[in-house]
Design a protein around this ligand. Sequence first.
Ligand code: IFM
Length: 464
Amino acid sequence: MTTHHVKDDQSGADLSRINFPSNFVWGCATSSFQVEGAAHVGGREESIWDRFCKKSGVIRDGSDAQVACDHFHRWPQDLDLARSMGLNAYRFSIAWTRIMLADNATPNQAGLDFYARMIDGMLERGLQPWVTLYHWDLPQSLQEAGGWENRATVDAYVRYVDAVTRVFGDRVKHWITHNEPWCSAMHGHWDGQHAPGKTDLKSALQACHHILLSHGMAVPVVRRNVAQAQVGIALSLHPLYPASASEDDQRATQRHDGIRNRWFLDALAGRGYPEDVWQLCANERPVVQEGDMQNIAAPLDFLGVNYYFPEAIAHCVERLPFQAQVVHRADRERTAFNWEVAPRDLLPLLQRLQNDYPFPPMFITENGATYEDVVSADGRIHDVERRAYFQRHLKVVKQAIALGIDVRGYFAWSLMDNFEWAEGYQRRFGLVHVDFETQQRLIKDSGLWFREFLLGDESGISDS
Ligand code: IFM
């Protein structure tokens, strides 16, 4: 293949496909609820997000995901688009609500058939399927019995994972048990921004414990059902910095790191929950049974790192129990979501993971940005900021690999614009633009850049 150089217009550095290992995984990601739509097709059950969307005022644009990108019907075209950008992997999630009937015990053949067709479609196109088993769409029937706060949901999850891996274990090797347990637990139960919309730290920590436990209990089930399984979990991880040099802010940063990062990393690494956090949340601690922490620490084959932004932390007495608060740094470059753009901070994060933890290889399982996309007069979307965002982050991944950090793949979030949870359709993260009125797809310049970067002269496009 011809070596292809693309200028990183903000840092001036060149980025070339050839600088990455030849077996590097180049993917894009989506999740079932955000893209599939077809909410009442094939016996799909109601999920907590279907229910949450019905509450007034919780979704910024008042929308829902009944149709979303209609990926349920349009996946052949969507997979063609992914392939046309030179990608070799597609990370998607299976909707638990399509797989288990309302009794949460009987597999739904129509749901299994749907994913069988889509997985076969990936393999036909040379896209390695990466399945996320849980990306936040819990069956509403389980929520009515207490959801993730109820330990019985762990058993239900394991039954669901067993059903899915038995059927697809012959075709899918890469399995991600959970996407961003922080979000499902904390946004779902502590700040209430996500389904099921609770606002209680004790509930959040209990839900979080059960989510992590369900991960650990599922790992051996995946291994049992899948020959040469590669099992991991995708965590949202954040580099954290004190808002000032004061000792108070430094200590607050440590505490925030405890709940934001170490709570997950330490537990998965077999160190138990961090002692400092455990002491701070004396009134909100989860019930942990004998053997749970060993189960959570089931050996992994890879760690999925979802990286979006760092946080600056200040001491704040009112915000109990951690007395830490995220501070807005006005001088920082930001996406339209107001998230800081900080590619360089990915490096210390990866170094920390490699140096401080005994984790296996890492994959960047999500990275991406939302900007105000405009269809130009020439019919294209010149999303130069998003393109630069990807280039700058990939440059850091390249540096990390050169420093000996074991990163083996990168998944752009997202294949296409989709339902961005509490933000509705206002936040566009896609490499592909979706017109939600017509369902028309259009590859943005960032996607064309991937095509050129990955396929070089084979792409048939000229420089934009
Ligand atoms: O859209 C989400 C995704 O579902 C989980 N990770 C972050 C993305 C952007 O907010």
